[in-house]
Every structure is written in structure tokens, then in C-alpha cells.
Design a protein around this ligand. Structure first.
Ligand code: HEM
Length: 113
């Protein structure tokens, strides 16, 4: 390979390889409860140029999600099944956004008022 070549790893395809994943196109977050499955995930890249913020991100994500659930009541807009189809773009957005409304839980009024 010539010096200076830009090499892009297709993590999207690797994460959908049926030789590696069971039912790769289905949204099954519970699959990562198994340690050996979680180790196959490359959300933060690999090697010397992998994400230096992964430790921070993994701590903050749980806290942020926990705070959103603890502090607000959530309700979906619409009753149809959530469409998990992917849109286009580097961060793989949903094709059809998930819409929800939230209401501060009563205990939060005491804290912020
Ligand atoms: C869920 C959150 C995050 C995800 C999924 C993520 C994912 C990634 C990925 C896939 C890469 C490219 C790795 C590669 O080229 O192999 C990257 C690089 C990088 N990330 Fe993150 N990241 C996240 C959060 C953060 C945070 C919180 C920080 C800093 C506080 C951060 C800083 C960086 C930097 C500086 C690089 C470039 C590293 C380099 O090129 O040497 N990231 N990240």
C-alpha cells in the first residue's frame, strides 16, 4: 500500500457481518449482556487511534440516561411500532425520528423552584 494512503475501516459492515453476529440486522441491545458479545463491538474504534474519550463517554452515557429517566416522565407521540430503519450520515441517524414528550417528575419541581 503506498505511503500516505488514507485507509477507512468499514465498521458499519463489520458490525453487520453474519459470520460474527447472530441476527445482525435486528436491534437487540440485550445481546451485549454477554461479555464475549460486548467485546466484538467497535463503537470507539481500535488500536492507537481509538477514541481517547471512551472511558468518559461510557460513564457519562449511563448517568445522562439515568437522569433523563429519573427526572422526567416520557411518553411517545404516536402508537405505531418504532421504525428502526437507518437514515444516511456518519452517525447513522434514524430514518424516521423517534418523537416523545417529557414532563418533569413532581420531585423535580421542589428542587428547581
Ligand atoms: C458515545 C460517545 C463516543 C463515541 C461513540 C466515540 C467514537 C469515536 C470513534 C469511532 C473514533 C475514531 C476511532 C478510530 O479512528 O479508530 C473516535 C475518535 C476520537 N474521539 Fe471519540 N467517541 C465518543 C466520545 C468522545 C468523547 C467524550 C471525547 C472527548 C472528551 C472523544 C474524543 C475523541 C478524539 C479526540 C478522537 C480522535 C482520536 C485520534 O484520532 O487519535 N470522543 N471517537
Amino acid at each position: 500500500m503506498p505511503r500516505g494512503t488514507t485507509l477507512l475501516v468499514n465498521a458499519w459492515a463489520i458490525h453487520r457481518d453474519p459470520n460474527t453476529w447472530d441476527d445482525p440486522d435486528s436491534f437487540k441491545p440485550e445481546r451485549f449482556e454477554k461479555e464475549e458479545e460486548a467485546q466484538k463491538l467497535m463503537a470507539f474504534g481500535l488500536g492507537r487511534r481509538s477514541c481517547p474519550g471512551s472511558g468518559l463517554a461510557q460513564r457519562i452515557l449511563g448517568l445522562a440516561l439515568g437522569s433523563l429517566i429519573q427526572c422526567f416522565e416520557w411518553e411517545r407521540v404516536g402508537k405505531e411500532e418504532v421504525d428502526m430503519k437507518e437514515g444516511t450520515g456518519n452517525t447513522v441517524p434514524k430514518a424516521i425520528p423517534l418523537k416523545a414528550v417529557c414532563k418533569a417528575r413532581p420531585f423535580l419541581h421542589n428542587i428547581i423552584s
